[in-house]
Design a protein. Sequence first.
Length: 104
Amino acid sequence: MKLTVVALGMLLALMSYRLVFGDGSLQELTRLNTELREARTELTRVQNRNQALRAEVEDLKTGLDAIEERARLELGMIGNDETFYQFIGRSAEIAPVTKSSIER
């Protein structure tokens, strides 16, 4: 009887060890759940990006407004009935006019 109890105790200890540390253990389950959560987050991010890209492609295929906006922003183009004005800011290389510079 004593031998049976010892054998069952060792078997229980061995099975508990596998549950905590072996293949399919609680640690591995926790790690896999964390990886799954991260993968789902990444999947959601990528799906949102794909949806935005699909909408942009559809916009470019069907409407001229999106094409015109891209031409303006990326290529600097203007329309036929528009006038282009470019304002140049004051450069640091231009010296201000002072009384002493006029007297020279």
